[in-house]
Design a protein around this ligand. Structure first.
Ligand code: SF4
Length: 377
């Protein structure tokens, strides 16, 4: 059952948060000017990404794409290379499309109005609220995981915080607290306080300035809040891929944009649930032939790397392969958008899933001889 705050407690809570933010706020690059373009990029990047890592990606991005115009006219590969490692690549492709729309419709100026933002590709209610309030100081609330956690504790919410009904309640509570005309600092204060003080593990309750009105603290239920739904089970996968060599170049294919890792480049191969079959049992030659129509010979094991995405853990096994007849066969792609034979240098300019990038790094560092035209495995 949700507890309520009196008006004076609500005022105290807001005051404390705003004062705390003014004196303790994190020094983040997009907070220097609150440029809507910078705020937009930071918000998209920080979804599912830790702050420190997000800042590093943000700075690199802004150096390469200082304005929306540069994003709009970049190639999709270029965009994805600068996104590589952040995951959820649909975000980057949508950002690219949105930038093109912003250039076409709004002369390259990112709108800072909630309703206008909502109409852009890849911008949902959360991002629209974040950009509108942080860049435009528009009176809308932003509820992220930090805010959910903090509210679940302050109001001692004993139902799963992600339930639709609870989400509505949290939005309502945040809207009631929002001091008009101060959405920029209020929303950031909430998010930062949740991230730095009311942390997921070991929150700093002893020194917390809102402790006296925190119901979970008063009732001793902090460690039970927020109530979470049970986590998704981790799925273990084994993927076997072919590094096909021909005259010092390697065959790579680009994934369809509708697929997971859409638009990213990879080596052809197949996967299976780990435990159902080991990687060795997968018929790599047949998989490659099915996917690309290339006839290859599997020569030797190259390297095994691990990578993780959403709730999947993947063991990626790679094998050096060669074309059956040394001539260049013409591939026919079954499930990829395009292909290329690439040199090590060209690989750097192609966006890849992190597991594939690990294999590329291994080859370049440990097996550079593979890229010589007359290499024999
Ligand atoms: S008292 Fe503890 S649980 Fe409550 S808001 Fe402060 S840090 Fe969070």
């Amino acid at each position: 059952m949700l507890t309520r705050l009196s008006q004076s407690e609500s005022n105290f809570l807001v005051e404390q948060l705003l004062t705390w933010f003014r004196t303790t706020k994190r020094d983040l690059p997009w907070r220097q000017t609150y440029d809507p373009y910078h705020v937009w990029i930071s918000e998209i990047m920080l979804q599912q990404t830790q702050m420190e890592r997000g800042v590093a990606y943000f700075l690199r991005w802004i150096e390469r794409f200082p304005s929306v115009g540069e994003v709009a006219c970049a190639s999709e590969d270029d965009i994805l290379v600068y996104w590589e490692g952040l995951g959820y690549y649909a975000r980057a492709r949508n950002l690219h499309r949105a930038a093109q729309e912003i250039v076409g419709k709004y002369s390259g100026k990112v709108p800072a109005d909630y309703e206008t933002l909502l109409n852009l590709p890849g911008i949902g209610p959360y991002t629209a609220a974040a950009v509108a309030s942080i860049a435009g100081n528009q009176d809308v609330v932003v509820v992220d995981a930090n805010v959910n956690r903090m509210f679940a504790r302050i109001f001692d919410i004993d139902e799963p915080v992600k339930d639709r009904g609870v989400q509505k309640q949290v939005h309502q509570l945040a809207s009631e607290l929002l001091p008009r005309g101060k959405a920029r600092i209020f929303n950031q204060a909430l998010m930062d306080f949740g991230g730095l003080v009311c942390t997921p593990k070991a929150p700093h309750c002893k020194s917390c300035r809102v402790q006296r009105l925190c119901s979970a603290y008063q009732r001793g239920t902090v460690s039970f809040r927020p109530v979470l739904k049970s986590a998704r089970k981790v799925v273990l996968l084994t993927r076997v891929v072919a590094v096909i060599l021909c005259e010092g170049k390697v065959f790579m294919q680009k994934r369809e944009s509708s697929a997971v890792w859409g638009g990213l480049w990879e080596f052809p191969g197949g996967e299976t649930l780990t435990g159902n079959s080991s990687g060795d049992e997968l018929d790599l030659v047949a998989e490659v032939n099915y996917d690309t129509a290339l006839r290859v010979i599997k020569e030797n094991f190259l390297v095994e790397v691990q990578h993780q995405y959403t709730h999947h853990k993947v063991s990626l096994l790679s094998f050096v392969c060669r074309l059956q007849d040394e001539d260049r066969q013409q591939p026919t792609l079954k499930s990829a958008a395009s292909f290329a034979w690439v040199t090590p240098l060209e690989m750097d300019a192609l966006p890849c899933p992190s597991g594939v990038r690990k294999i590329i790094k291994y080859m370049k560092k440990q097996r550079p001889e593979m890229f010589t035209a007359n290499y024999a495995a």
